[in-house]
Structure formats: C-alpha cells, structure tokens
Design a protein around this ligand. Sequence first.
Ligand code: BGC
Length: 744
Amino acid sequence: MSLLRTLLLTTALVAAPFAVQADDRPWLDPKLDPAARADLVVKAMTQDEKMQMVRGYFGTKASWMGFDLPKGALPDSAGFIPGIDRLGIPPQWQTDAGVGVATQRSPTPRERTALPSGLATAATWNRDVAFAGGAMIGHEARYSGFNVMLAGGVNLLRDPRNGRNFEYGGEDPLLAGVIVGEQIRGIQSNHIVSTLKHYAFNDQSTSQSELDSHIEDAAARTSDLLAFQFANETGKPASVMCSYNIIHGDYGCENPWLLNEVLKQDWGYPGYVMTDWGATHSTVKAANSGLDQQSGFPFGKTDWFGQPLRDAIVKGEVPQSRLDDMVRRVMWGLFATGAVDDPVKGDQASSLDYAADGRASQTDAEEAIVLLKNDGGLLPLAKTAKTIAIIGGHADVGVLSGGGSSQVYPRGGMAVPNEGPDNFPGPMVYYPSSPMKGIQARSSATVTYADGKNVKAAAALAAKSDVVIVFATQWAAEGMDQDGLTLPHDQDKLIAAVAAANPKTVVVLETGGAVTMPWLNDVGAVVEAWFPGTSGGEAIARVLTGEVNPSGHLPTTFPASLDQLPRPVLDGNVGNKSSDRNRIYTVNYDIEGAAVGYKWFDKKGLKPLFPFGYGLSYTTFEMTEIHPVDIKRDGLIVGFTVKNTGTVAGKDVAQVYVAGTAWEAPKRLGGFAKLDLAPGESQSAEVTIDPRLLATYDSGSKTWTVAAGTYTVMLGADSDDIRQKVEVTLEKMTFDVRGKWTGR
Ligand code: BGC
C-alpha cells in the first residue's frame, strides 16, 4: 500500500463514525494485513455477533416479508446486514448492480446515472472505459450510502436468448473476464465491496432454479469458469455471488466442487460467497460446501443461516471453525476493500456530480456502439440532407434500458411511462436522453418523428424524406428469456416497409443482444446501440452525425438463425415461464463444451449473420507485422502494427487469435488492444497471451499444459476476418491451476 493511501485511510478512520482507538481494537489498524485483521476481529466476536455476519436481509419492505426492515437498512435496496458497533464493524448496505445504483421497485426510486448495459461495455473492448465506468457507479453507490455493490456479472453468453445477457460481458472468457474484472476494480476503488456473479453456469433464465447444468470439468474451466477466473484475477472482488441453478446435481450455493474446490482451494479465493436472493437451499450442506453468507432473507423463506445454522453448530454438523471461516472471509472483504477504514457516510447523493457521471456513461456508450453495415457511406449523416425521418423506438424522447433487479432509474424520470409489465421485471424504463433531439441539435435538416405504429404512415414519411432512421427495440430483463432472435412487435415488417419506401434507411438497434435482420440487404446502414445508458441518446446522435467515429466490436456472435445454436430449443419449461418447480431439467453444456459462441461457429463451419469481434468504422485500418516478441512465464508476447489508412481519426480493435491442436475449437481469442489513431498514423502494440489460452486443462493433475509444437497466431478485425498470420513454435510448458508457471 502506498504511503499516500495509508495516510488517506488513516485520516478517514479518524473521521469515521466507527472510529475508535486502534490499540484496544487492533483489527482496526489499517497498517495490518487484511487477513490478520480478520483473524483478530473474529477472535473478539461473540457467537451471536458471528451469526449476525452470515445472514443478510432483503432491503425492501414487501408484503410477504412479514416483518419490518431491520433498523439502519436503506429503503428499497437489495439487502442489509447489521453492523457491530462495539467492534467498529459497519453494516453492509447492499445495492444492485452492474450499470449503476438500482432501486427495487418503488414509487420514489433513487434516480442515478446508468452505464450502458454490461454487454455494451464489453463491446468497447476498452479496459480503461470499463474501469472508469465501474469507478463512476461505485462512487454513486458510495454516495448513496451503499458499501456493497452486487455487480460483476460475467456469466458466459452460451445462448443469445438468455434474458440477462445484457448484464454480462459476452461469449469469450478473456474479453468478458477482463472487462468485467476492470469494472469490479473500478467499483472497489471507492472502498466498497463488489461481487462477481452469478457463480456459475447460470446461463439462461428459463427454469433457472430447476435447471441442472452439466459440463465436464476441463471444458468448464476452459469456458465459463475461465471468465470468472480472469475477472477474479483482474478485479479482486471481495465477494462472489453463487447462483440459483443446479450444477451436476448440486445447487450453485451448496456446490462443493464450485465453492470449496474450484473457487476457494484451486483459485485461493480469500473473500466470501454470498447467495443470490433466495438461492440458499440448506444449512449443513451449504455451510460445509463453502457458502459464507445467506442473502436477502426472507427470500427463499427458510432462515437457513439463522437458528438452523446455530443448531447445526451445536450438534457438530457444521464445525465452529467453518462459522469462524465464514465470518473471517466477510471481514477480509470489508478490510481489504477499505469498507471498514473508510466507511460510507450515508446519503450524500446531493453532492454527486451527475454531469461528470453522465459523461463517463456517454463515453462508454460512444465506444460501445457497433456499426454493422454502412453502404455507400450513408453514415455519418450527410450535411446535405434536408429532411430526416425518425421512426419508432420512442427515439423522440429516450433510449431503452434492461429490466430486473439491476434496473437503474434515471434522473428526470422515465421518458415513457407505463410500458412493459407492472410487476417485476417491469416497468420497461426509457431514459430521457432523446436521440432525435441529439440529431436535431447537430443538423440543419427538418427532423420529423413517427412512432411507427402505423406502418403505412411510416413508409409514407420515409418516402418523402432524404434519410430515414428507424429505431428498433428489444427489451430484455431478468427472469425472462427471449422467445427467439426476431425483433418483437413486428418491427421487422416496419423496417422492411420503410426500407422499401426509401433505401437510405439507417436502422439503430437498442437490444439486449443478438437479433436477426431479415431486411439487412434492403437497408443502407445498421448500428447496434445496445441499451446505451442514461446519456445514450446523445451518444447515438454523435455517432450518427460523425462527431464520434464508431469503434465498438461485437462481444458476441449474431447467429443467422436458431438452428445454428448448440440448443435450437431452450431446455426447461419453455412456453410456461412460470416454470414447474417440482421438476428438474437438464441442460447439457457438454454439447458445445468450451466451444462457446464463435468457437462453436468455427468448429461447425457455420456462417453467422455477424461474427464475434465485428465492427466497422468511418475510417479504414491496415494491420501488419504480426510477430512473436518473447515467450515468458506469464505468456506469449505478440507484436503488430495498425495503421489508420482513412481520412478521419478512429479507434481500432486489434484482435489476436491463436490456434493450437486438440483444442475445443479451431481458434481462441488470445489478446486484444484498442488503438486510437489519427488519419495516416501507425502504432505498434504488443499483447501477452495468457498461458491458459495456449493450453489444455487436465482435470486429474489440475494443470494447464502448453503442448510442444507449432501454433498459428493471427491478427484480425473480427473472428472471421483474419488479416495476418505467423507460426510460433513453443516448447512444452506446464502451469498450475491458477495459471502460474511450474515447469517445462
Ligand atoms: C438477482 C441478482 C441480484 C439479487 C438482489 C436476484 O434476483 O439474480 O443479480 O443481485 O436479486 O437484488
């Protein structure tokens, strides 16, 4: 720890409400190591105090709760764990989640800044943007009185229909792990805890609590678990949230393989595992399998980590040492992040700089927007256009956001009231950042809006306009998967009719993830804007008008059809989303194993609608000079050069793929770099390919082995557009389960 940080923490300690003399409470000495502090405080706790630390309450008063919120809980929040004043331990005030400070449904929600969806942030391929976004929302959380942010969703995108894909980082373990890890690091830079969730294989919503995921150990560690492992190493989250689903017969929150073995033993994870809300299913099994904290009581109804845990300890079914370990882990997280030394000071939201926070969100959105098609340079919008028609998507007033527990309510209220379901995961929230106003502010053309409900009227408006921009939306939310890949509410028909009336049609998509585009050949341009956050309208306008050169690249494959997927039909109680809770359904992830997303498409020779990594720019780039630089214990260093060969400045995402033998798929993403290039400028860059991305995992010996032999290292603009190749011969190397070099 730097001297400056130590001083800051010490100063904060003096000012803090929980401040005490460190000499009679030595665990409050910030100079000590967090593990030592956790040991000391656990020794000082009574059994009641220990029990208090392992069970959290839901933070929102609901009719079914049957009791009042505990004293000190913040209303309409995700959760609360009372503190222990005597020991200087603050309460844990928990808030959702990944795009900002969410509010559980309330007539008077907290109004805060929302980042673009997690998938959008992954589309930036920019670690710095991800960190800055995390730092911003963590700051808002802290100033809203929260010290635990339930962020860090990194479930791998195995199926484009998963209703929560928008919360996660896409289909590639490296990209998702690193981007989500950076967001976590940003959040925790505010001296608050972030989670990493939903651990693990919680990759669809349909029948999620009844779904038993099957995947063989090595494939698991090369796919979903590798994303968690990278995110954990990058972000060092103080907490991991275990998931609702079942994995190989054991629920995520009582799964000895996932919790005790992989997370704690193999990865040496020092923090605590909290359940998802209502995901606890037992006392003895859960505690002994590695669960440390039950969340959100009375979700799940039974007080598993209340009296039943106390009784189980008395009976010796759960050792006292396990309870001590649970508490030690929670305390480690609070000490390691600075949540004890620099406690939150209640609601200080009135002093937040929302303008600055809005800019951080906008930067993220601007780098996330992906230009998918741009025939004849239809974009950026020509200054000569005299009439612009804007159709659909409520683009006159706002942009769409994703729903569920992660829902952030915007400042200024919802732009479109009364859309979507009344109950969870509704409402459908549009942020009051109007793309239309943003375009109008930057154009001398006459801009006219039609809501698109009348297809004929929309087509007529299109026919008499110089350019048409159709906004198409697909709402996504927790608790519901998409029926398929088709845009809802017949929007394909609207787009087709508009494009038939005027081929100078630009389609802007605000979607949770991939959709099909039957009208693709008939429109001039397509832009994927995801759920672009509370400044999304401005970001879209800046991209469409050319103030910002688009530089987002797809973090997920856009399939051409459902038949291309490993599971054309979702497993579980499809068609009855309320799901039969008395049945267990199996989802066989061994069909694709670790060949997720583009790896599956590569392996099967399938042509997607748009490949992973795809994204156009208003300029052009040339990639040259790929070459191996060095092989070190932390990976293979590869160098290359990228040149901006066009006439405007732009950012390129150089993607390094690597092919080995006997892998799950022909190639893997090994590294990437986002380079900002002036017209004519060349830049050289290097990436280090993590040894685990060159290796195969052996479950028996728990080692990663890079086989001796020749590897093809490729430089590409996307997974299907490889521009440069070089062969690299490597000697055999072995790495331990954490990816550390162990020998040749
Ligand atoms: C979600 C979590 C969330 C929790 C608390 C659950 O329904 O799955 O992502 O953090 O609720 O609101």
